[in-house]
Design a protein around this ligand. Structure first.
Ligand SMILES: C=C(CC[C@@H](C)[C@H]1CC[C@H]2C3=CC[C@H]4[C@H](C)[C@@H](O)CC[C@]4(C)[C@H]3CC[C@]12C)C(C)C
Ligand SMILES: C[S@@+](CC[C@H](N)C(=O)[O-])C[C@H]1O[C@@H](n2cnc3c(N)ncnc32)[C@H](O)[C@@H]1O
Length: 356
C-alpha cells in the first residue's frame, strides 16, 4: 500500500471512530462524555463490589423491608448510574409524554414547567425540589417561574454535579442544592411556599414518611405536586408476566417496592393534605412516554460496545459494563410496563396543606 492509501485508510478509521464515539447516539445534547464515566463518589476499584452489593439487596427481600437501609442502598445506586444517565439521557432523570413536533428536550421541559405552574407560585417564592438529581428540572423550573428552588438529594455526587451545572448556566443565585435524606429533611417547619417531586418519592420505603416531611416544611395554604411511579388498574398481581415486569423495574431502578395508584391519594390525605387533583399523565390523549426508550435501542448497543472497550482499556471503571447492562435490561422492562399499560411513571397528584 502506498502512503496515500495508508493516510486515507487511517483518516477513514479515525473519522469512523470519532462518529461512533461522539456522533450518532441518543437524542439529547449531553454534558457527559463516555470517556469521563465514573462511579460517582465510589472509588474506581470499588465499583464492581458496590454493584454486587446493590444486587445482593434484592436477594434478601427482608432487607428491603428494613426501611432504614433503603436510603444508603439508593445512594449506592445513584453513585453507579448518575454519569450513565447524564451521558445517555440528559440532566433530567425522568420521563415525559412525547409531544408531536417537539424534541425530547422540549417535551421534558414542558413536563417540568407543568409541575411548577400547578403550584401557582410567584417570582421570588421559595420552593422545594424533593429528590432533585443533578438538577435538570430545578433549572428549568427556576428559569420559568423565577422562584428560588432548593433541591435535596441523598447523593453527594449529584450535589456536586447539580451545583456545577447551576453555576455554568448562571442559575446558582436561584438554585440551591442540599445533600440530605428526604425522610428527615434539614429544613424548618412551614419554611417553603410550595414543593414538588419528580419521579423521586418512589424510592421512599414508606410514602407516608416522605409526604409527612413535605407537609411539615411547606407553609399552610401552599401546594405540593408529585409525579409518582405506580402500578395502574391494569396490573394483575396473579399474572406472572406482569409480576416479572414490575420486579424488573424495581430491581433496575432501586425501588423498595412499587405502589399501586390507589395508595397515593390515600397516603396524602392520611398525612393531612387536601387532594386537589389526581391524574395519570401517561393516559391518552398523552402520547407514549416510552417511545424515547425504544427509539434509543441502537444507541444503547453502541453505548454498550463503547463502555466495554473503554473498560477494557482501563479508561472506564470495570463495573461500568455491568451497570450499563443492568440499565439496558431495565429499559426493556420499563417499555413493556408502558406498552402493557400496567405501569406509569407520571401519576400526578396535586395536594394542598390546609390553612391553620
Ligand atoms: C426515575 C428514575 C429514572 C428514570 C430514567 C431517567 C432512567 C430509567 C432507565 C434509564 C436508562 C436505561 C437505559 C440506558 C442505556 C442502556 C444507556 O446506554 C444510556 C442511558 C439509559 C438510556 C438510561 C437513562 C436513564 C433512564 C431512562 C428511577 C430510577 C426512579
Ligand atoms: C430518578 S431521580 C429524579 C431526579 C429529579 N427529580 C429529576 O427528575 O431529574 C430520583 C432522585 O431522588 C433522590 N432520592 C432518592 N431517595 C432519596 C432520599 N431518601 N433522600 C433524598 N433524596 C433521595 C435521588 O438521589 C435522586 O436524586
Amino acid at each position: 500500500m502506498d502512503s496515500f492509501a495508508v493516510i486515507c485508510t487511517a483518516s477513514l478509521l479515525a473519522g469512523g471512530l470519532y462518529f461512533f464515539v461522539f456522533g450518532f447516539g441518543s437524542a439529547e445534547v449531553k454534558g457527559k462524555r463516555a470517556v469521563n464515566l465514573t462511579g460517582g463518589s465510589i472509588d474506581k476499584e470499588k465499583i464492581q463490589d458496590n454493584y454486587k452489593q446493590y444486587w445482593s439487596f434484592f436477594r434478601h427481600p427482608k432487607e428491603i423491608e428494613k426501611a432504614d437501609k433503603v436510603p444508603a442502598f439508593v445512594d449506592t445506586f445513584y453513585n453507579l448510574v448518575t454519569d450513565i444517565y447524564e451521558w445517555g439521557w440528559g440532566q433530567s432523570f425522568h420521563f415525559s409524554p412525547s409531544l408531536p413536533g417537539k424534541s425530547h428536550r422540549e417535551a421534558t421541559r414542558i413536563h417540568e414547567e407543568r409541575a411548577v405552574d400547578m403550584l401557582g407560585v410567584k417570582p421570588g417564592a421559595r420552593i422545594l425540589d424533593v429528590g432533585c438529581g443533578v438538577g435538570g428540572p430545578m433549572r428549568a423550573i427556576a428559569a420559568h417561574s423565577k422562584a428560588n428552588v432548593v433541591g435535596i438529594t441523598i447523593n453527594e455526587y449529584q450535589v456536586k454535579r447539580a451545583r456545577m451545572h447551576n453555576k455554568k448556566v448562571g442559575l446558582d443565585t436561584l438554585c440551591e442544592v442540599v445533600c440530605g435524606n428526604f425522610l428527615q429533611m434539614p429544613f424548618a417547619d412551614n419554611s417553603f411556599d410550595g414543593a414538588y417531586s419528580i419521579e423521586a418519592t418512589c424510592h421512599a420505603p414508606k410514602l407516608e414518611e416522605v409526604y409527612k416531611e413535605i407537609y411539615r416544611v411547606i407553609k399552610p395554604g401552599s401546594y405540593y405536586v408529585s409525579y409518582e411511579w405506580v402500578t395502574t388498574e391494569l396490573y394483575q398481581h396473579e399474572d406472572p408476566e406482569h409480576v416479572e415486569i414490575i420486579h424488573g423495574i424495581e430491581r433496575g431502578d432501586a425501588l423498595p417496592g412499587l405502589r399501586s395508584y390507589k395508595d397515593i391519594a390515600e397516603v396524602a390525605k392520611q398525612v393531612g393534605f387536601e387532594v386537589v387533583k389526581e391524574k395519570d399523565l401517561a393516559k391518552p390523549p398523552s402520547n407514549p412516554w416510552w417511545t424515547r426508550l425504544k427509539m434509543g435501542r441502537i444507541a444503547y448497543w453502541r453505548n454498550h460496545i463503547l463502555v466495554t472497550i473503554l473498560a477494557f482499556l482501563g479508561i472506564a471503571p470495570k463495573g461500568t459494563v455491568d451497570v450499563h447492562e443492568m440499565l439496558f435490561v431495565t429499559a426493556d422492562y420499563l417499555s413493556q410496563g408502558g406498552e402493557k399499560g400496567i405501569f406509569s411513571p407520571m401519576h400526578m397528584i396535586l395536594c394542598r396543606k390546609p390553612e391553620e
